[in-house]
Design a protein around this ligand. Structure first.
Ligand code: MF3
Ligand code: CO
Ligand code: CO
Length: 271
């Protein structure tokens, strides 16, 4: 067996990675996270999402890594940039950011064959109270999900923790997109739902690698995809936020591969 095919696959099709594989994921995750740190200074009113994407593409190349999204199902950019009511998969373009716009930047890189996938929220200019609250709840919901990651818990426990937290704040969890297994591939089983029932779904085992990436709307959860076949927006045009980490299940809990090296993970904590 070559080293691309080490490890075991569960009956749900989820790969169980080996201890040595965590280092590969960490290297990839840390590059993606560092790029998200570095782009923060460029997110100002008047800039275009295309300019942010170009910076990201250059940083991926400068690091000697590869963008996972360029060429993925015909996608042409090194990031997805989702502004205001765009839920995910926003395509970088010539639109300029206005004061108070909130945006998710999602970057996936490949380092030595390992995939690092992470996204965060940013604000152009001044963050208003409504947006701040949405971003805070979304961020904290992601961590409620991450805290449920340990061997013996289930994927339903993760989804339930996120959903309960978001709905307690009278916001809604998007159902139409989910997290995913990853490792030496971009998208693998399982689908990591951001809602669900405790104790349902596959049981977490040490060595599973996956993303958790809840999308939270201020209004209703329904989305639609625009004619460009990528851009997903809220149907009611309400604001949407998302945070994403790539994590691994350890013997006692979790390792987050994509933590911000500069601790710049949240717009309300300063750029
Ligand atoms: N990074 C996204 C995710 O979290 C996937 C983007 S695919 C793209 O899974 F083609 F739109 F870039
Ligand atoms: Co992802
Ligand atoms: Co992503």
């Amino acid at each position: 067996m070559d080293d691309t095919h080490r490890g075991r696959i569960t009956k749900e099709g989820i790969r169980i990675h080996e201890e040595a594989d965590f280092a590969g994921m960490k290297a990839a995750g840390q590059l993606a996270a560092r790029i998200l740190d570095d782009v923060a200074a460029l997110v100002v009113p008047g800039t275009t999402t295309e300019a942010l994407d170009r910076f990201i593409e250059d940083e991926v190349k400068a690091a000697g890594a590869k963008s996972a999204t360029i060429g993925y199902k015909g996608y042409k950019h090194a990031s997805c940039i989702s502004v205001n009511h765009v839920v995910c998969h926003g395509i970088p373009g010539t639109k300029t950011l206005k004061d108070g716009d909130i945006l998710n930047i999602d970057v996936t890189v490949i380092v030595d064959g390992w995939f690092g996938d992470t996204s965060r929220m940013y604000v152009a200019g001044k963050l208003n109270r409504k947006s701040e609250r949405l971003i805070q709840v979304t961020h904290d919901a992601l961590f409620k999900g991450i805290e449920a990651v340990k061997p013996g818990n289930t994927f339903g426990d993760i989804g339930h923790a996120i959903q309960a937290y978001v709905e307690a704040h009278r916001m809604s969890v998007v159902r139409d997109f989910c997290g995913h297994g990853l490792g030496r591939v971009f998208h693998a089983p399982p689908n990591v739902l951001h809602y669900g029932r405790p104790s349902s779904g596959a049981i977490l085992e040490e060595g599973m690698f996956f993303t958790i990436e809840p999308m939270v709307n201020l209004g209703r959860p329904e989305t639609k995809v625009l004619a460009d076949d990528w851009t997903a927006v809220t149907r009611d045009k309400s604001l949407s936020a998302q945070f994403e980490h790539s994590v691994g299940v350890t013997a006692n809990g979790f390792e987050i591969f994509t933590l911000s090296p500069g601790n710049k993970f949240h717009p309300t904590y300063g750029v």
